[in-house]
Design a protein around this ligand. Sequence first.
Ligand code: SF4
Length: 377
Amino acid sequence: MPKSSDDNFRDWIPDPKWIRTFQKNLLAWYHENGRSLAWRGTTDPYKVWVSEIMLQQTTTAAVDSYYRRFIKRFPDVKTLAEAELTEVQRYWEGLGYYRRVKQLHQASIVIVNEHNDIFPDTFDAVLALPGIGRYTAGAICSIAQNQRYPILEANTIRLHARLLGYSDDPAKSFGNKLLWKMAEKILPETRPGHFNQALMDLGSLVCTPKTPKCSICPVFILCQAACRGTQNQIPALNKGKTFEERTEVALVVEKNKKYLMIQYPESVRWGGLWDFPRHVADSSEKLIVNQKLLEDFKRITGYSCSIQKQIMTIRHAVTKFKIKLCVCQAELTGQKTVSEYRTYWMSKKELAEIPLNTTARKIVNSILCEHHSDIQS
Ligand code: SF4
């Protein structure tokens, strides 16, 4: 007989009695303790989708005000599709991961053009939209459309790994497949979206990354990690995550009360966003101000310049980089020639209105306050 995918996980997946007790205990706990969130209670797939995309890589507390503002301005998929990307990006500014908002906007246009403004109602069609992976498609289909699809995100990876006592890295192929299988097997036939939300809340409120609250956990008696006392070692840390130090320089050039800005082309990570001309130093550059910086500035903007002084330093982290951003004031020394990026001279009012990445917004805030200092984010 051919081996089924279940056979690979037979030693791991709990039996039906365990699953029934888990479902009962979890739902009873959720009834009393579930979080009250702005996007809870809705079955509008558009709103579930927006909330899920916003929640990637960030916390519910950080998303709350963004979600409310976004839904007020773009209450449905048609409104979003008809809006300029620039305006949509402005409503996203500060949430980071700007590719997500571009894909959200692209997907809204696909829904309008190919699905007659109606959010698709099959898992495969949802999964085919730009920026939607297995987790997000499962969340939308289960929460908004009452379809039986599992979810697996940071909270449930941790929860399931501990419940199973799985001490290896859950990001590895076997671990990832095992936890998806666990998520699928424990999902009840009725109200799967409700159950998925309960799982996320238990992971977020009780089975926390550090010091899980096992003594008040409703599934304590079912948990392998708690039984063995290994909950603080599970899930295994991803040892691959190390930060690289990096230095960048942003140049602030003022002329006639306007500031020189560039717009990133659509093909790059921050496509569509504006920024101050920025140079990424390579490890051979010992000085912040050097010939490579000036050449890079000319290539990007078409202008030659001289650096006047450093006006602030911003320290921040992006993906695997710990970045020291040196912000310098510069003056133009020649006429514009051909440039790689589009350039704009913007007033303070325009700077306040355009979508920017987080560090560019800090520079603008500093310009608007005319206050320069060291900032650490
Ligand atoms: Fe997490 Fe502890 Fe509950 Fe196990 S008993 S699921 S480790 S909080």
